[in-house]
Design a protein around this ligand. Structure first.
Ligand code: RB5
Length: 141
């Protein structure tokens, strides 16, 4: 599984933690930001959304202060299903029911331990298909 990860300054520290956590198990590319200096989250969300749209990567992870701005931006792109997640149940359900292809996290919302659990569950949970595929098709229409 090829993963692309990005953050703004508000998610910079958590991005480093998640990148290090995943890098020995997955092929993961970090496209920035590369410091805690203020920057604009839409720039990073757009790059990740386009990379997933173009099938250059299988999954994307976007981190900002809340995860909300990243999700709002990424979900503007056709075929992108970005889920802003702060609990493990939602991490599982958004894969099983929504086939989410981008996970957004808020560094100012959750701790590192919970973020790692969310990422683990989100990466390993399979989409259930069936009636859920029909609903995803309805989103795209
Ligand atoms: C940056 O201050 C903050 O607005 C951003 O990281 C994010 O939380 C936006 O949704």
């Amino acid at each position: 599984m090829k993963i692309i990860i990005a953050s703004d300054h508000g998610g910079y520290n958590l991005k480093k933690e998640i990148y290090d956590y995943l890098s020995d198990r997955f092929e993961i590319t970090d496209i920035g930001t590369n410091s805690a200096q203020s920057c604009d989250y839409p720039d990073f969300a757009k790059q990740v959304a386009k990379a997933i749209q173009n099938k250059e990567y299988d999954r994307g992870i976007l981190i900002c202060g809340t995860g909300i701005g990243m999700a709002i931006t990424a979900n503007r792109f056709k075929g992108i299903r970005a889920a802003n997640v702060s609990d493990t149940f939602s991490a599982k359900m958004t894969r099983m029911h929504n086939d989410s292809n981008i996970l957004t996290l808020g560094e100012r919302v959750i701790g590192v331990g919970l973020a790692k659990d969310i990422v683990d569950i989100w990466l390993k949970t399979e989409f259930k298909g069936g009636r859920h595929q029909k609903r995803i098709d309805l989103i795209e229409q």
